[in-house]
Write a protein that binds this ligand. Structure first.
Ligand code: PRP
Ligand code: URA
Length: 209
């Protein structure tokens, strides 16, 4: 069964409070989402394998560790997931980036897929799906189904704010997927917005509405 990790690092929690604040404008919101993504990347890469190499320090020969070169793919769910890519890439510069375009139909709340473009070797990569919001879980669950249909074997989901309903849906439909969050909120309102949440992440990132 996939596990749920709430990353409660004080820097993440501080920045999260600012993006929840309705008075935070687009520029700051965008910067803070990237910074949170970078801090989350630090936490979720703890398990990356290392391999030993030999180097010469100015003093003597030494054995030291370097990354073993695990292949990673970042998969932002468009649009709002794009806001997390730069922060992640700063810490994982060799990652390839695939895109899944989905929007949530405001009437049915069902996700509608309109675009997909992935690295050709996704079955060999550890994929990290990015979306700031996990509300009903429909978008993330569908994106993960799409990736699995195309051969993905190892997937993790990274969201900034989640509702318990979304977490339960992912656990049910994708029990093999670990979930990483900055916050697990109270629930959903009658329009399936996360409460207390931070509003519409895509609109706040891109200044639309
Ligand atoms: C938002 C958000 C998630 C989805 C979450 O996207 O970025 O993808 O809603 O809701 P769910 O868990 O109930 O599916 P939205 O549909 O607003 O599209 P956008 O990113 O293009 O703004
Ligand atoms: N999508 C968002 O951007 N925000 C929510 O609260 C729910 C879905």
């Amino acid at each position: 069964m996939g596990t749920v990790h709430v990353l409660d690092h004080p820097l993440i929690q501080h920045k999260l409070t600012h993006i929840r604040d309705k008075n935070t404008g687009t520029k700051d919101f965008r910067e803070l989402v990237n910074e949170i993504a970078m801090l989350m990347a630090f936490e979720i890469t703890r398990n990356l394998p290392l391999q030993e190499t030999t180097i010469e320090t100015p003093v003597q020969e030494a054995k030291a560790n370097v990354l073993a070169g695990k292949k990673i793919g970042l998969i932002p769910i468009l649009r709002a997931g794009l806001g997390m890519v730069d922060g992640m890439v700063r810490l994982i510069p060799a990652a390839k980036v695939g895109h899944v375009g989905l929007y949530r139909d405001p009437e049915t709340l069902e996700p509608v897929e309109y675009y997909i473009k992935l690295p050709s070797d996704i079955s060999e990569r550890e994929l990290i799906v990015l979306d700031p919001m996990l509300a009903t879980g429909g978008s993330a669950a569908d994106a993960i189904h799409s990736l699995k249909k195309r051969g993905a074997k190892q997937i993790r989901l990274v969201c900034i704010v989640a509702a318990p309903e979304g977490v339960e849906r992912i656990k049910k439909e994708h029990p093999d997927v670990d979930i990483y969050l900055a916050a697990l909120d109270e629930g959903l309102d009658d329009k399936a917005y996360i409460v207390p949440g931070l509003g519409d992440a895509g609109d706040r990132l891109f200044g639309t509405k």
